[in-house]
Ligand binder design. Structure first.
Ligand code: PLP
Length: 400
């Protein structure tokens, strides 16, 4: 349609929409559908955080704020970076946005010129390549296999870097695989990056707190201080604090970059919600003891789901270090026939089969740049996960 912008030609519609639409249609037709597609904790926002928001409303903190965030929140973020990541950011090196998503988008919009390349390890969060393309850049996916723990290998990174590389986007723990880099694995990556001073690092640490089995989280600028001046450390309150709807994300980075991101934000959305900002001050400064309590539940669910998936014929599910996703391979189901005679050609066919035969909605791996696989979010009640596991086992057993 000539009325629409040419920028839209560069962006794919979300590959997950077809499956979601189909699930919705089946639900509307009265089918019992289990959705394991959502990327948000099923736990409620803690009471002290809600109370801080109510108090902010009552105190009239309901007006525009500084574009990049209230000083109290920047202070809380600086303290968080120091306490948890050994990173020292000053207030002018911190920005708050309407979710981590907007922070990432602003950073790309503020830096990408036509032809700039952005290295994105695959499987990746669906929005990275689309945001890069919208900003006019070229996403460069680098495949990381299950055998590599879905983690970028230093030699693969070295090969992907060109004179046009502007950024690498790292995401640990990862959406969609749950894979998280140990300090040593990150150091091997940062050792390569140190040799290429034109490459900047965008690290999406959104799932920092969601790690299991005593895994110790680390972030690139902490592991390699030489990268501090060219790293944007992105984080947010959505996942660990169960605040997806509040829409607060933030980043620490070089002051000049942060200022450029604030310029973009000032001409698009201005400040994030004042009320959500005050709630986030409480989230970061208040008690953190609910995080290990939630994590214990997530870990039990992860183990349940991995166990059930590995008992399904043709499915191979690695046990990831963090987040609330698993990313099983369905290679063993490809080429097989469904009871009504359809051949499963790829992971899209497989997830459609799960939906049609068993009313189970998951997302195909091709949406995340690597298949045949699928993503399951286990941020759902345990009894629902048990039922989902039974449905997958039944569906796989019925293939011939
Ligand atoms: C890897 C990753 N980064 C960023 C985000 C964005 O989070 P928010 O915009 O809620 O802060 C998400 C949300 O799903 C995510 O999975």
């Amino acid at each position: 349609m000539p009325f629409l912008s040419a920028a839209l030609d560069r962006v794919k519609p979300s590959a997950t929409i077809a499956v979601t639409d189909k699930a919705r249609a089946l639900k509307a037709a009265g089918r019992n559908v289990i959705g394991l597609g959502a990327g948000e904790p099923d736990f409620d926002t803690p009471g002290n955080i809600k109370l801080a928001a109510i108090r902010a409303i009552e105190a009239g903190k309901t007006k525009y704020t500084d574009v990049g965030g209230i000083p109290e929140l920047k202070e809380a973020i600086a303290a968080k970076f120091q306490r948890e990541n050994e990173l020292s950011y000053k207030p002018n090196q911190i920005i708050v946005g309407t979710g981590g998503k907007q922070v990432l988008y602003n950073a790309l919009m503020a830096t990408i010129n036509p032809g700039d390349e952005v290295i994105i390890p695959a499987p990746y969060w669906v929005s990275y390549p689309e945001m890069v393309a919208l900003a006019g850049g070229d996403p460069v996916p680098v495949v990381c296999t299950a055998a590599q723990g879905f983690k970028l290998q230093p030699d693969a990174l070295e090969k992907a870097i060109t004179p046009k590389t502007k950024w690498i986007i790292l995401n640990s723990p990862s959406n969609p695989t749950g894979a998280a880099y140990t300090r040593a694995e990150l150091k091997a990556i940062t050792d390569v990056l140190v040799k290429h001073p034109h490459v900047w690092v965008m690290t999406d640490d959104m799932y920092e707190h969601l790690v299991y089995d005593d895994f110790v989280f680390a972030t690139p600028a902490q592991v390699e201080p030489k990268l501090f001046n060219r790293t944007l450390t992105v984080n947010g309150v959505s996942k660990a604090y169960c605040m997806t709807g509040w829409r607060i994300g933030y980043a620490g980075g070089p002051a000049e970059l942060i200022k450029a991101m604030a310029t973009i934000q000032s001409q698009s959305t201005s400040n994030p919600s004042s009320i959500s900002q005050w709630a986030s001050v409480e989230a970061l400064n208040g008690p953190q003891d609910f995080i290990p309590v939630n994590n214990k539940v997530f870990k039990e669910r992860r183990d349940l789901v991995v166990g059930m998936l590995n008992q399904a014929k043709g499915i191979d599910c690695p046990r990831p270090e963090g987040a609330f996703y698993v990313y099983p391979s369905c290679a063993g189901a490809i080429g097989k026939k469904t009871p009504d005679g359809k051949v499963i050609k790829d992971d899209t066919d497989f997830v459609n089969y799960l939906l049609e035969a068993e009313g189970l909605s998951v997302v195909q791996g091709s949406a995340f740049g690597q298949g045949p696989a699928f993503r399951i979010s286990y941020a759902t009640a345990t009894d629902i996960l048990e039922e989902a596991g039974r449905r997958i086992q039944r569906a796989c057993a019925a293939l011939s």
